[in-house]
Structures are given as structure tokens and as C-alpha cells.
Design a protein around this ligand. Structure first.
Ligand SMILES: CC(C)(COP(=O)(O)OP(=O)(O)OC[C@H]1O[C@@H](n2cnc3c(N)ncnc32)[C@H](O)[C@@H]1OP(=O)(O)O)[C@@H](O)C(=O)NCCC(=O)NCCS
Length: 143
């Protein structure tokens, strides 16, 4: 599913497009990590999705199936200068809709306990805490 927002779109990206995301994903100089991610894309362990604004990749989000009911939304990032404009919200809503369309029942994610802004956003969109350790909170939403 692609979502079009005026001149913008959120869509699944191919591994060949990963290089367009290096300004917000940090594995440009980490060839181990990059190879692992490419392998996971090839093996369908994860799909990568980006917010493309007038041709510029400004946010990204991997979605990883955990089992046949659950998608793990791992590390959503919006490029710093594009934050607080609703892009993160749109990415999360897209993740929920896409996962639901594909027949999944839950989306889960993990957030660092000191990342209060991100946690607040997830709660606002309906995620609830299901587990908490001293560093990380695990959250889930029913689709
Ligand atoms: C967390 C993160 C993804 C949020 O992305 P974002 O695009 O800034 O999120 P949004 O703009 O949708 O929402 C953030 C705030 O902007 C507000 N907002 C939403 N739409 C807006 C708009 N059109 N104009 C102005 N503000 C808006 C939201 O209400 C929200 O405010 P709130 O905190 O008072 O609820 C982003 O801060 C980020 O990349 N952080 C670093 C990486 C990270 O920590 N990722 C999370 C890992 S778990």
C-alpha cells in the first residue's frame, strides 16, 4: 500500500534505495550492519518504508514480521529538520493500516525509557505499555 500526501508519499522501498536514507539511518559506514539489513530485506525478514517529500527521503521505518499475528515496528526516524510536522504520526498510521491490510493483529515496538517524546506520541496513537525493563518499554496496539 502506498499513501499519497499531496506531493509526498509513504511507500515500501527497495534495498537499492537504502542509500537515500543515510542522512537519518546511521549504517552508511557500518558495512556489517548494512549487509545484515540487505540480507534481511532479501529474506523478507524486514521491509523498509520511507516518507518521500518532493523526491527527498525524510523519514524511514522498518517493519518486521515476528509471527503471523504480529509486526514489529523497529526504529522509526524522522530527519531532524522535518520533525514536529506530523510526519512521524503519518508513518505510524501507515504502519498500522498496512499491517492490518496484510492480516496482522498487533503492532509492537520498543522505546527507550528516556525517549519521553516518542513514547508520548505512541500513546497518543493508541499504543499501550505491555512490558517495562529498566531501560526499555515495550508497547503494543491491537489492530
Ligand atoms: C519520535 C519521532 C519519530 C517523531 O516524529 P515527528 O515527525 O516529529 O512526529 P510528529 O510530528 O507526528 O509528532 C510530534 C509532535 O508534533 C505535533 N504535530 C503533529 N502534526 C503537526 C503539524 N502538522 N504541525 C506541527 N506539529 C505537529 C504532534 O502533536 C506531536 O506533538 P506532541 O508531542 O505534543 O503530541 C522523531 O522525533 C524522531 O525521529 N526521533 C529520533 C528517533 C527516535 O527516537 N525514534 C523513536 C524510536 S522508538
Amino acid at each position: 500500500m502506498d499513501i499519497k500526501i499531496e506531493n509526498n508519499c509513504i511507500r515500501r522501498i527497495q534495498r537499492s534505495e537504502l542509500q537515500n536514507c543515510f542522512s537519518f539511518w546511521d549504517f552508511e559506514n557500518n558495512s556489517e550492519k548494512r549487509k545484515r539489513i540487505e540480507r534481511e530485506i532479501d529474506n523478507k525478514i524486514r521491509t523498509m518504508h520511507a516518507y518521500i517529500l518532493n523526491g527527498k527521503y525524510v523519514a524511514g521505518m522498518p517493519l518486521c514480521p515476528v509471527d503471523n499475528k504480529t509486526i514489529y515496528l523497529s526504529y522509526l526516524v524522522v530527519k531532524e529538520e522535518y520533525r514536529n510536522q506530523g510526519i512521524g504520526t503519518k508513518m505510524i498510521k501507515y504502519a498500522l493500516q498496512t499491517s492490518k491490510n496484510e492480516g496482522y493483529s498487533y503492532v509492537i515496538l520498543k522505546v527507550d525509557n528516556d525517549n519521553t517524546e516518542a513514547e508520548k506520541l505512541y500513546k497518543k496513537l493508541g499504543f499501550a505499555e505491555i512490558e517495562k525493563s529498566c531501560e526499555i518499554t515495550k508497547m503494543r496496539i491491537d489492530l
